[in-house]
Write a protein of this length. Structure first.
Length: 221
């Protein structure tokens, strides 16, 4: 029974339905986008950008992120059953899912994303991965930025009315017709890799930069 259900959830017709549902749901948001122009201009002029977010907030960005399909961007998505569903939706928005994570297929997927960054100059990444811990930036984002010479651009989503799931990341789902803000941070250009201490310092610095944007987690809401 479970096998049949998995087949339905990853079937072409269901993924098409889910994509249309997500778009329709997201259209109810009163969306405001902040600080987008600088990094888009950089990519258009030949720069390379790696957009980074917490797992908690990726759903709210799906509608707007289809606007970037002209860049042929890539994004790493886990090889889990849930990942297969997310990948199906991402593909329909014009993003190219690369399957892998820190627990399975991560190295191959990371090199695939790096190759994509060198060609299309835009990719996305979930910094705390598919399993967390929440608020902990994994090392992969730093390695990809170094290898592709990409600027890291954090982005954050907040909503005036939202549900928070009882999951490891307190997944956020804005309520219909809520005010949703998609805010991009300043472009972060990492110094060339030095010793291991420098590498971890950069990871921790990005973590501290992004932690204030982890909505409803740090303050225990």
């Amino acid at each position: 029974m479970g096998y049949k259900l998995d087949g339905v959830l990853t079937s072409r017709w269901f993924l098409g339905f889910l994509y249309r549902f997500v778009r329709a749901y997201a259209w109810t948001f009163r969306l405001r986008v902040e600080n987008e122009a600088a990094w888009v201009h950089a990519v258009e002029k030949g720069g390379t950008v790696l957009l980074c977010a917490w797992h908690q907030q990726f759903f709210s960005a799906i509608r707007h992120f289809q606007n970037y399909r002209r860049f042929n961007p890539r994004i790493m998505i886990s090889r889990s059953k849930d990942g297969a569903i997310v990948a199906g939706v991402a593909r329909r928005t014009g993003w190219h899912p690369v399957r892998g994570s820190s627990s399975r297929g991560g190295r191959e997927a990371m090199y695939n994303v790096i190759g994509g960054l060198k060609n299309s100059r835009l990719a996305g990444h979930i910094v705390d991965g598919p399993r967390g811990p929440a608020g902990q930036v994994k090392a992969g984002v730093i390695r990809m930025a170094h290898a592709s010479r990409a600027a890291i651009v954090p982005f954050y989503v907040s909503a005036d009315k939202a549900w928070y799931f009882n999951s490891w990341d307190r997944f956020m789902l804005p309520k219909p017709f809520s005010q949703v803000v998609l805010r991009f941070g300043a472009m972060i250009n990492l110094a060339p890799p030095g010793n291991d201490g420098d590498f971890d310092a950069q990871r921790r610095q990005l973590e501290q930069t992004m932690l204030p944007g982890l909505v409803g987690f740090l303050n225990g809401e």
